[in-house]
Design a protein around this ligand. Sequence first.
Ligand code: NDP
Length: 457
Amino acid sequence: MDTKFDLVVIGGGSGGVRAARIAAGYGARVAIIEEYRVGGTCVIRGCVPKKLFVYASRFADLFEIAPTFGWTVDAHFDWPTLMANKDKEIARLEAAYSAGLDKAGVTIFRDRGEVTGPNSVRLVKAGTDLTAKTILIATGARPSLPQIPGRELGITSNEALHLERLPHSILIEGGGYVAVEFATIFAGLGVNTTLIYRGNRVLRGFDEDMREGLDAGLETRGIRRIYETNVLSLKKTGSDITVAFSDGTEAPFGAVMFATGRVPNVKGLGLEHAGVHLDAAGAIAVDAYSQTNVPSIYAVGDVTNRVQLTPIAIREGHAFADTVFGGKPTAVDHSSVGSAVFAEPEVASIGLTEAEAATHGDIDVYIARFRPMMNTLSLKSDRMIMKLITRAEGGLVLGCHVLGPGAAEIIQMAAIPMGMGGTKADWDRAVAMHPTAAEELVTFRTPTHRYRGGQRV
Ligand code: NDP
């Protein structure tokens, strides 16, 4: 067995796999160590299975309006069918990831990797030592649970993707991406869903109009929201879990899910043997080129807690390989990264929120609120929201926010003119496509409101 490599990657997720393949393409001898399944959080227990569940849950809305288009639908949902088909697709993707690594000439070790020095990694199960000119840590992050009594009775997104049967009711704690995505998944699949969040409205940090619009969308889907409240403890009561809340009340639920953020996977990696520094949040501290304080050790993706998004991990992995093995030093630009929340309604954003932009000089704000055309034959009250924020002088587009069907697809394309520093006049040169929702973004005429000297006018 070959034990000498130019690069040993620990973690076969999005960042690690990309780095391994690109480095191998530059001629490096590369090994990747993965203790679970190749593909990592995104493919195995994150973005991909989650999005398949999102599709499943959205049929509920379609069935609701189908009669207005003349369809009679007698719909029944079968959880085991979805689960089996999802598992089949994940297995296919995992095999494709492994095949891609094989094809690139990367050696895959299905083991746990532990750093034993600046240039050595131990395969824990096999008990073999590998030597590496460079080590890349790409071990991702895992759900973090509040330290409360009975927390072991709750689940996280990991288990939510493998439930044997759907619970009759679920309480989800958190107000971020995972919480709202899974709340709308469970609600769409017929589970009585309650969201509990310590803040005053979900998606802290997003534009206020998006937060408000999403909250209204959760309401119309029958999702109960309990704000400014925490879960204090869980205890088993028969087949249910009784939850005690910080407002002094208690209630039983079929399941409780924690969606209270994620923490970097650094435990048991042996980083202390090489003297790798962590930051205050417990993430691996790296420079713009993903290099740690130990020159031969790099880290990419969620374990560095820069921006916890798959495409960022991929970009960081690629940039690392270009820098170290391709002779092209490349730093990843983490500014102006768009993101999407695949809840129902969907939310996607890029650039500054209105509140942030208002502190950056005089701005104009354009907002359109309307019923998506798909809903106009029905009584469905959902509103789509499109919002553009521009600098008053010169019209530079500072932020773009969309809530409603196709929001993520629209913002993905809006990211191009945003990245090019496009002005409103540039956006307006695009001829509208009719009838679409996205045409609103290129046909705004007068600002809905303005900020002058920091004051809304
Ligand atoms: P987030 O950081 O988005 O949200 C965590 C939520 O939990 C926040 O509302 C936070 O409250 C709350 N919270 C944190 N600690 C506690 C606590 N001790 N008690 C009560 N509430 C608490 O994390 P997620 O787990 O939702 O997602 C993790 C990351 O994964 C995200 O940052 C995102 O980048 C990524 N992700 C991306 C997706 C996408 O692109 N569609 C989908 C899923 C995940 P507060 O707001 O007050 O801090």
